[in-house]
Structures are given as C-alpha cells and as structure tokens.
Write a protein that binds this ligand. Structure first.
Ligand code: PLP
Length: 390
C-alpha cells in the first residue's frame, strides 16, 4: 500500500512550545495568591536586562503596547512623522497613527525584505522625528548604517524587533545595542509569554516613565502615597505571563539551534529539489542565507508568480490539502482599506507591492521533524511544476 499524503499529520506554519516545567511554573503562580504583575515580573525583567547586557528593560501586555509606549517615551505625537516599512504586521504603523503621528512608508530591499536604508534620507522632512525599522523574519538591517542615519538627521530609532529576539548584529544581540528596542512575546514569536512584550531602554528615567505609562500614569509619590502626572494606560504584563517567559528564556538556546538547523535543511531540500525536478529556471527566491545574525523566526520564499498559472492563494490551498500550513507575512500595509482611505498608495513602494503579493511563509518551529522539511519542499515544488507556464 502506498502512503497517502493526505493521511500524514498536518504541519501548521508555526506552533508554540511549552514544556511540562512551564506548565508547572504557571500552576505555582496561580496557586500563590499573587497572579498579576509582581515578583515574577520583576525577576523576568531582571533576567531580560542581564540578557541585554545590563540595559534597563520593562515588560508590557503585548508587543503593540510596547511600541506605543516606546513612541510615547520618545515624545512622538501629533504633527510628527515616523519613517517605517510597508511590509510588516500592521501593528507597526497602527501604533504610529495611534499616538497621532503620521507613518511615512519607505520601500523595501527585495533581498532582505526589510526597509531600504538607502531610501530613507529622501523621505526625511522637517517633521520627521523617528525611524521605525522592522527585522522581518528576524533578519536585522545594517545597524551601522541605520544609526549613522539617525545621528546625521538627529532622529530617534524605535526598533520593531518583535520578530528578532535572539538575533544579532556583529556578534552583539539585537536589543543590547541601539536606542529604544521593542520585542513581542506573542504566541508565534521565538520566545513567547502567550501574549506580552518588552522594551529595552536607555536610562532609568526612561524606565520609570515606562512603568508609569503602563499603569495609568501612577507614581508612588504624593500626598496619599500616590499621584498621577502623565496619562498612562493599562498595559502591564502579569506574573502568569512572566513565569512563562522565564522558562522560555532557559529553552531559547535549544530553540535557536533547532530553528537554524531546520532553515539549513530548507536551503538544501529546495535547491536539491529544483535540480532533481528540472526546475533550474524557476525564479523562486529564498531568504538571505544568514546564520550569524538571523534568529530564523520565519522561513520565507518569494514565489515566481510570473512563471506559474496559479496565484498564491491557490498554492496555499493545494499545500493545505497536502497537510501543510503556510502564512502570508505580510500583505502590504498601504493596501488595507484604512490606509487607502488615509491616501496611501501601494504604487509608491513598488518592491513592497510585489513582495506583499508573492511572499510565502513555510512552516518553521522547533518541534518540527527533519522529515517534515523534505515533505514540504517536495510538495511545494511539485505544485509549482504542475502549474508551470509552457
Ligand atoms: C508580532 C509583531 C508585532 C506585534 O506584537 P503583538 O505582541 O502581537 O502586539 C509588531 N510588529 C511585528 C513585526 C510583529 O511581528
């Protein structure tokens, strides 16, 4: 009897991993009588600070709140412009709009799929206050170039490093260098607290402001042992989430090694498959083969849509029918109705327009088996071959 592809287990594009120790640690917090922000949060922030070379770190309820608070700390608001990329999770530009500022979208580099640093200078105006780069799939931008631009034009940098926990630049961890660096601990991220985020700050003054902004603007000073002197929200991270983060931090090296090994297998399996299946002329674009800086948050390919007769959605459906989940990270932000109504035009960033339509995320998570990679590569190339334009 031959093996039917359809009976093989479904591989999602990602899956979080929480071990028994983590489950036990959560149970301990739930039984302890203190479940919201408290000692476990303090411990997690202290471990994160050590991880980032001693810089101050504060945690928040999610990555979106983290970025919002970073913008508030940088004093960005109404009338200000922030330069960012149109290929990101929409949270990036939503938070800019949320503080009353204007996102200015600069096109991306087709190889790294990150904001094209060479195009930033032309987008700077007298209203520009900050650059908000995104490290898509965990691949950082050229940090030397980014910070020399920021210095030259006197701009703040708010790094949307949501996907880059564990990534590096010239041997230094992303977050251990730079200005304000924001991470997300959402379920799909390399380190997860289910939901959560953290911000790496420059000074203890900034850290104190971050503490106020995440809890109603509250200080422990004043007549009644409390005062409110800035407008804050309710963006604190709980001890339940923090204890998950502490456990994940311990497992991070193992997770990272596994992700890199799986990524290497993808390069091998896809390149070998292209040869074996006589698909040498297929213009399938692989990610940058960077095994020193990237944390391999995702493995993304760019589809040769001009060479095949189906679109990305149909390819995804066929892969799903073979038990393989994929994702789109991301459609171009300026194509969303809200952004269209605000007057943005996808044609202003043609490379992002193209990548947004043809990028595809293949499954990559530490719990995957080696044999999953060959199965995915064969399924993908088989479908592409079936629909090749003659
Ligand atoms: C996940 C993510 C965010 C938002 O983080 P949340 O924790 O989901 O709020 C922002 N930007 C990027 C690039 C992300 O991947």
């Amino acid at each position: 009897m031959s093996v039917n592809e359809n009976t093989l287990p479904f591989i999602p594009f990602t899956r979080p991993h929480f071990n028994q120790e983590t489950i036990d640690a959560v149970a301990d917090v739930l039984r302890s009588g203190w479940v919201t922000s408290g000692p476990k949060l303090a411990e997690f922030e202290s471990e994160l600070s050590s991880y980032f070379g001693g810089r101050p770190v504060r945690c928040f309820a999610n990555g979106t709140a983290t970025m919002k608070i970073a913008l508030q700390i940088a004093g960005i608001g109404s009338g200000d412009e922030v330069i960012t990329t149109p290929i990101s999770w929409v949270a990036t530009s939503n938070v800019i709009l949320g503080v009353g500022a204007t996102p200015v979208f600069v096109d991306i580099d087709p190889v790294t799929r990150n904001i094209d640093l060479n195009k930033i200078a032309a987008a700077i105006t007298s209203k520009t206050r900050a650059i908000m780069p995104v490290y898509l799939a965990g691949l950082p931008v050229d940090m030397d170039q980014l910070y020399s631009l920021a210095k030259q034009y006197k701009l703040r940098v708010i790094e949307d490093a949501a996907q880059a926990f564990g990534s590096q630049w010239k041997g230094q961890k992303i977050g251990s260098i730079g200005d304000l660096v924001s991470f997300s601990f959402q379920a799909n991220k390399n380190l997860s607290t289910v939901e959560g985020g953290c911000l790496v700050l420059n000074t203890l003054d900034e850290a104190r402001l971050a503490e106020k902004l995440r809890l109603q603007g509250l200080t422990r000073q004043g007549m009644d042992g409390m005062d409110v002197d800035v407008l804050g929200g309710k963006d604190n991270l709980t001890d339940v989430n923090a204890v998950i983060g502490l456990q994940q931090l311990k497992q991070l090296p193992t997770f990272q090694t596994r992700r890199a090994a799986l990524a290497r297998q993808y390069f091998d399996a896809i390149r070998t498959g292209l040869k074996v299946m006589n698909l040498d002329n297929l213009e399938l674009e692989l990610p940058v083969e960077n095994f020193t800086d990237s944390n391999w948050h995702m493995f993304q390919i760019v589809l040769p849509l001009e060479q095949i007769t189906i679109d990305r959605a149909q390819l995804m459906t066929e892969l799903k029918d073979l038990g393989i989940g994929t994702g789109v990270h991301y459609p171009i932000i300026t194509g969303f109705t809200l952004y269209q109504k605000l007057g943005y035009d996808t044609a202003d960033t043609p490379i992002a327009h193209h990548i947004g339509r043809s990028i595809l995320t293949l499954p990559l998570f530490p719990g995957m088996a080696d044999k999953d990679i060959d199965r995915i590569a064969n399924a993908l190339l088989g479908i592409l071959k079936k629909y090749l334009k003659s």
